[in-house]
Design a protein around this ligand. Structure first.
Ligand code: GLN
Length: 557
């Protein structure tokens, strides 16, 4: 350790991996994540470069697992079990690759690492400080990822807004990184928002100018400025931004609200942003084969031309905050075009559904129903009524995690005549605990990172619907649960016709259920939405959407 930095990881070579660092000014929520993931998409799919994305988050939670999805959006689970915020899901979908704990750094994780080290005596004799220890740890994190992944580019999204106290040391670390790596190895992109007050009708760039000045006061000179706006901005706004930021006007771009997430990469490329980024860091395309990008373009086309309209109902607790179901929404959105369809999502508040009549009313005109993941008792009885409605009326049903458990409860109550059957999560004293706590969870005390988490192998039964869709007997999917099907009831449920078509290899944990002779009735103890990607939709989402499209066509005859 010297005064400047905390050393390089093994195998690290300056210049071998370049860094593209994306910051945001003026305000959050203007699409910095979408921009970053779209840029990554072009750099990977079009230019054939190896990209390792990273998101820095300024909150003190060690991971996103304890965040309320109602306030913060869904908890996205990585294959290695890391619980992250939904941006990591966007990176997986847009880059068509998986992330790990090395792609996600929160302030909580960072400071925990440093304090643990301090207690071990790793800094013996030194006072531990923001500079060099915290910034050193941040730089080490990025270089470690570079060395481990062999990426051409580490693409860093600094969460929050320039000027936030919470992320100030992340920015300082990026300044140091650029100094140490050399300016030709680092490209800074600042995404700023250009306001257009309705009372004036015209764009005003003052807030963006001040935002960029704040960034420059931290010692960071942006190389590229992205002006985000609702409507296209005039050239004079770009010129002003250029003068205030020392960025040549040909490197000031305007990303106005344009199309969908599927067309944004094409839009950015038309503007030539990727070409400028590559010039700045001295890289060239690694491929002339544009097949992957061609596939992406095809999907964008399919998305635009999709005609068949389907209605999919999603039941759940957080129906007023759609971000809490972000990956499910995305999975339906990117799967539907493969069947020439466009899905309209209907949000069903299940606390108001008390019986089959209510379910019928809520679900009329619906082509398929999803009961997503959830916790606790709110709306549970309504969800069970919805499952019953789908089962009895041959309406496609897809139960995800809690939705899988609801399907087991419904079947136990209404087909196996186990009155009052329930999950012990909701009714600990139920006479028929068909869903109970996982044995490995019984002793668990804390709430952070303690569920059965992440990717696990699933053995799929031959000749089942799941097997037909996956085309394989061994798959891997991602989990996030504490409860599961009670082994004592498996025989009884199966004898009554419920098929458990997927199981954990090593333990008797039921992972997939389905009903034969039904249009589509499938539940998964895992979350298939986390592995569904635009270029490779999850096979079960394909099966579900296809079944929904079918019904609508049948209706139209
Ligand atoms: N609450 C259920 C469990 O813990 C389901 C969890 C979920 O839907 N993610 O098992």
């Amino acid at each position: 350790m010297n005064e400047g930095y905390s050393g390089f990881p093994k195998g690290y070579e300056i210049g071998k991996t370049k860094f593209v660092i994306i910051t945001g000014s003026v305000m959050s929520g203007v699409g910095k994540g979408t921009f970053s993931a779209s840029l990554g998409n072009i750099l990977k799919l079009y230019h054939g470069l190896k990209i390792a994305p990273v998101k820095f988050d300024g909150y003190f939670n060690v991971d996103a697992g304890t965040l309320n999805p109602y306030r913060h959006g869904e908890v996205f689970v990585l294959d290695d079990g890391t619980e992250t915020d939904l941006d990591l899901g966007s990176y997986e979908r847009m880059l068509n690759q998986n992330n790990s704990k090395d792609n996600y750094l929160t302030a909580g994780k960072l400071f925990k690492m440093i304090i643990d080290k301090e207690r071990k005596g790793d800094y013996l004799g030194r006072d531990v400080q923001i500079i060099p220890h915290v910034t050193g740890e941040i730089k080490y994190f990025l270089r470690n990822l570079a060395a481990k992944s062999g990426a051409d580019i580490v693409l860093v999204e600094v969460g929050g807004t320039v000027g936030d106290i919470e992320t100030s040391y992340f920015l300082e670390a990026m300044r140091e990184l650029a100094y140490e790596e050399g300016r030709s190895n680092v490209c800074f992109v600042n995404v700023c928002y250009i306001v257009q007050p309705p009372s004036l009708g015209e764009h005003k760039s003052k807030a963006a100018q001040i935002g960029i000045r704040t960034l420059m006061q931290t010692g960071i000179q942006p190389d590229i400025v992205i002006c985000r706006s609702h409507n296209p901005v005039a050239d004079n706004i770009k010129e002003k931004m250029s003068v205030f930021s020392n960025v040549p006007v040909n490197r000031v771009f305007n990303m106005y609200d344009f199309g969908t997430i599927y067309t944004i990469p094409l839009f950015l490329q038309d503007l030539g942003i990727d070409a400028e980024v590559l010039k700045i860091i001295g890289l060239k395309s690694k491929t002339t084969n544009r097949d992957d990008f061609g596939e992406w373009k095809d999907l964008a086309e399919k998305f635009k031309s999709a005609k068949k309209e389907i209605k999919i109902a999603i039941t759940g607790k957080y129906t007023n905050v759609h971000d809490s179901y972000f990956s499910i929404i995305k999975a339906i959105e990117h799967t539907a075009p493969y069947f020439g369809a466009k899905a309209e999502l209907m949000w069903i508040e299940t606390t108001e559904i008390k019986n089959q009549d209510d379910a019928k009313k809520a679900l009329k005109d619906i082509d398929g129903v999803i009961v997503p993941g959830g916790f606790g008792e709110r709306g549970v009885e309504g969800k069970i009524e919805c499952v019953r409605y789908c089962r009895e009326n041959n309406v496609p049903y897809f139960g995800l995690c809690y939705g899988f458990q609801m399907a087991v409860i419904e079947y136990a109550r209404n087909i196996c005549n186990l009155a009052g059957a329930h999950t012990t999560e909701v009714d600990p004293k139920t006479e028929h605990p068909v869903i109970c706590i996982l044995p490995e969870q019984e002793e668990v005390k804390g709430l952070g990172g303690t569920m059965r988490l992440g990717g696990h192998d699933v053995v799929v039964k031959e000749k089942s619907v799941a097997h037909k869709l996956y085309g394989s007997a061994k798959i891997r999917e991602r989990f996030r649960h504490r409860y599961n099907v009670n082994t004592k009831y498996i025989d009884q449920l199966e004898k009554a016709g419920l098929v458990f078509s997927g199981q954990a290899g090593e333990k008797k944990i039921m992972q997939i259920l389905e009903l034969p002779n039904h249009k589509f009735f499938v539940g998964t103890q895992y979350h298939p939405e986390f592995t569904s990607k635009p270029l490779e939709p999850n096979p079960l989402f394909r099966g579900f959407v296809e079944a929904c499209v079918d019904i609508r066509e049948f209706d139209n005859i």
